[in-house]
Design a protein around this ligand. Structure first.
Ligand code: ADP
Ligand code: ZN
Length: 734
């Protein structure tokens, strides 16, 4: 954080409003020395008052400027961070103030009221031998005498309700008290044990050496660590972080969904247990207060290592030496609404600005990252085998069209499950659809129950006896009779995790079965409890959506089953094969991580499918070159760049007309850019709005950027009530 000269009389402020540039305000005398870069302030804007972020303090004549009204809190970011946030907003064509608001922790937006700062009281001895009478007074006095300075929260752990006695002793001058800030610590109640470092194998060692050279030179360089599942990538991250800290630099480690990988945080905590290294965690599962405290500790420079989900890319680390992006291929690095940044891509920008090493790690790298490695724009590091010569699991494709039964489980998978149970081992079953059944179908006329707001069928939950929309949360009691024909045979069709769990219970009555999906993990800690029960082997079969594929390391899982691989393969998106390859490889990677080898069964109606075949052969390279040559032929990323424009409005006709007019204007300015659309989005109605999209495609970024720069003016052609979202480098195009 910079110390401003007293003479600064102007604050440059990014206000939370749809503006694309900062505004200057006068700093009144009483605030001049206090307001610094990174502070939040309240400022007038038109007739309103809004929250803004100070990005610069300047000299000059403030006379004509409106004044800063209020200072809201201590600095939350530094000058370099401010420049980074601005460049990110610019790249994603998103309003500056909104981008800052997204970058900073939730709880610091909207009304601008931060969560309360918690305090603690520290007691110390003020009068050495006071001659106390009461027994409790003596005990507490003796405790503080022996322990030295002691906090109220610690004393509460030793004595029941000590506060009154402490207050009396303080009034009598026996104890001295001072107040300190107490930071909320989500780990306070979770002790860790120090672990012994492992001896790296040759591949790990070789990868680490290259990383260390870069870390020691403190210059910008990007690496892609391609390591099969169970190859020991995390161990390499840990060592790289340790080397980074030795250079007196800070490290940032990002994971796709940190709430889903408590094991990883545990490994970092135990690696650094007992050292001076200070670790902070940032993710959406924290309370606003916890996040606010973690953020302020980082901004104050009190933290060495930050572990977090995508939003951690904005953490205000002034001496950044290393950014690790674990599972870099994961789609959840892309924010899917509002400020649609991709944290993996921003990590590169940030690394470049900070002269830091960037390490992208994955068992199934994003094709764009892999291609950059082939082009030698990033350095390729490889961990080709599992640790301790463990083999990758044997993957077989089970042909459902040959399967006699119409049940969820083929005979092959059912008998493999039985064998796993008999051996006392565990199984994971993936079905990427929650609820009981994806829809309720009328067996007389074929009608389904659809969401009135969105163009999709409602999912049926048996446990709650309710139909629900997974997009807008619309709920409906299942009708007894069909709305279209009045027939009474409305029945659940297809299967979700809830139904699978039920059927497994019937097929394997002796097995302990549990389910992990968004419906069973809404309560705080529910997810971690399921993982703990799995590790403790209190569950034999865990059923779940793709949540169960992510990064878990269960040594006793020897069977992984994928119930239906076809749905996701047939999505109309040029990335669907890439996604399926990654998901199924990750899923397969959960099997056989311990002593015993694992096996994987993938049920499909299309066993000839090449993507599935490459999954079965663990052949990323051939899959990647096949996909890349198709992308090249079609000009899709990484061979071209995309921007998706979505127009949404209540009135279908007005929305369509707006989209057509916008497209016409864009064509006029869009040399070198191919325009596809407007077309109805795949989800042509969502939350009550009609949606159209225009896809912009170009071989080079400059032409696209040029076109985006015209948008602030061109978008005015859209009628009122039609909203435009701009998605640069889109990941989901529904
Ligand atoms: P990945 O992240 O590549 O899937 P992990 O880092 O989780 O793999 O490693 C898999 C397992 O192997 C972990 O249990 C880890 O403790 C262990 N491991 C990693 N490196 C070594 C090593 N050099 N020697 C022994 N065990 C190791
Ligand atoms: Zn809906």
């Amino acid at each position: 954080m910079c110390i401003q000269p007293i003479s600064s009389r102007i604050a440059r402020v990014v206000v939370v409003a749809p503006l694309d540039r900062p505004l200057d305000y006068a700093l009144p005398e009483k605030l001049a020395g206090l307001v610094q870069v990174g502070c939040r302030v309240r400022v007038p804007l038109g007739r309103r008052q809004v929250v803004g972020y100070v990005i610069d303090c300047l000299d000059g004549n403030p006379e004509k400027l409106k004044p800063v009204l209020d200072l809201l809190d201590e600095p939350l970011f530094g000058e370099a961070d401010a420049i980074f946030y601005q460049r990110a907003a610019d790249y994603y064509a998103y309003p500056l103030g909104e981008a800052f608001r997204t970058a900073l922790p939730a709880g610091l937006s909207g009304k601008g009221v931060p969560p309360p700062v918690l305090t603690d009281k520290i007691y110390s001895i003020a009068a050495p031998d006071p001659g106390l009478r009461g027994e409790r007074q003596k005990q507490i006095f003796a405790h503080i005498l022996a322990a030295g300075e002691t906090s109220l929260s610690d004393l509460r752990g030793v004595f029941p309700s000590p506060y009154q006695v402490l207050q009396r002793l303080t009034e009598q001058g026996v104890l001295a008290v001072r107040e300190i800030e107490r930071l909320r610590d989500p780990f306070a109640s979770q002790p860790v044990e120090k672990v012994q470092p492992l001896v790296l194998n040759a591949a790990q060692q070789k990868a680490l050496e290259q990383l260390e050279t870069s870390l020691r030179s403190a210059s910008f360089k990007t690496f892609l660590l391609h390591g099969v599942t169970g190859s020991g990538k995390t161990e390499v991250y840990l060592r790289a972080v340790a080397t980074c800290l030795e250079q007196r630099l800070q490290a940032l480690l990002m994971v796709p969904e940190i709430a889903l990988t408590p094991q990883l945080v545990g490994r970092f905590r135990s690696w650094f247990a007992g050292s001076q290294v200070r670790l902070a965690v940032l993710h959406s599962g924290l309370s606003d207060g916890e996040r606010y405290d973690a953020w302020r500790s980082i901004a104050r420079g009190d933290i060495d290592v930050v572990i977090g989900a995508r939003s951690a890319v904005f953490a205000p680390l002034p001496r950044l030496g290393l950014i690790v992006v674990d599972e870099e291929h994961d789609g959840s690095y892309k924010q899917s609404e509002g400020f649609r940044y991709n944290a993996r891509d921003l990590a590169q920008l940030r690394g470049q600005m900070a002269s830091a090493t960037v390490l992208l790690g994955s068992a199934t790298p994003a094709l764009t990252s892999y291609w950059r490695a082939l082009q030698e724009q990033v350095t390729y590091l490889e961990l080709p085998t599992r640790i301790a010569e463990r083999t990758l699991p044997l993957v077989s494709l089970v042909d459902l069209s040959q399967s006699a039964t119409s049940e969820l489980l083929s005979e092959e998978l059912a008998s493999a499950l039985q064998m796993t149970l008999d051996a006392g081992e565990q199984a994971l079953l993936l079905l990427n659809r929650r609820g009981y059944a994806p829809f309720l179908l009328c067996h007389d006329c074929g009608a389904t129950c659809r969401c009135p707001n969105c163009e999709i069928t409602l999912t049926f939950s048996m446990a709650q006896r309710i139909l629900r929309c997974h997009y807008c949360d619309f709920r409906l009691t299942p009708p007894e009779t069909c709305d279209s024909c009045g027939g009474s045979r409305m029945m659940p069709e297809g299967a979700g995790t809830e139904r699978l769990e039920e059927e497994l219970g019937q097929a394997f009555p002796e097995a302990r079965i549990a389910r992990m999906d968004r419906d069973t993990t809404t309560r705080k800690g529910a997810h971690a409890r399921l993982l703990d029960r799995m590790t403790a082997r209190e569950i034999d079969i865990l059923v779940g959506t793709q949540m169960i594929a992510k990064g878990h390391d269960f040594a006793n899982v020897t069977l992984v089953g994928v119930l239906n691989a076809d749905g996701p393969l047939n999505l109309p998106d040029f990335r669907s094969a890439e996604r399926v390859f990654a998901l199924l490889s990750q899923m397969a990677g959960r099997a056989g991580r311990g002593e015993r080898p694992g096996r994987v069964m993938i049920q499909t109606y299309d066993p000839e499918n090449v993507t599935l075949q490459y999954v079965a052969e663990h052949d990323y390279q051939t899959f990647a070159s096949m996909e890349l040559s198709q992308r090249e032929a079609l000009g899709y990323p990484p061979f071209g760049h995309l921007v998706n424009l979505v127009m949404a409005g209540n009135d279908p006709e007005k929305t369509h007309e707006g989209a057509v007019n916008l497209a016409r204007e864009l064509v006029r300015n869009g040399q070198g850019v191919e325009l596809l659309g407007p077309e109805p989005c795949l989800l042509s109605r969502l939350r009550g709005k009609s949606r159209y999209q225009i896809l912009l495609k170009s071989a080079g970024r400059p032409a696209l950027r040029h076109l985006l720069e015209t948008l602030p003016v061109v978008r005015k052609i859209l009628p009122a009530g039609v909203n435009l979202t701009v998605d640069v480098d889109p990941v989901d195009m529904f």
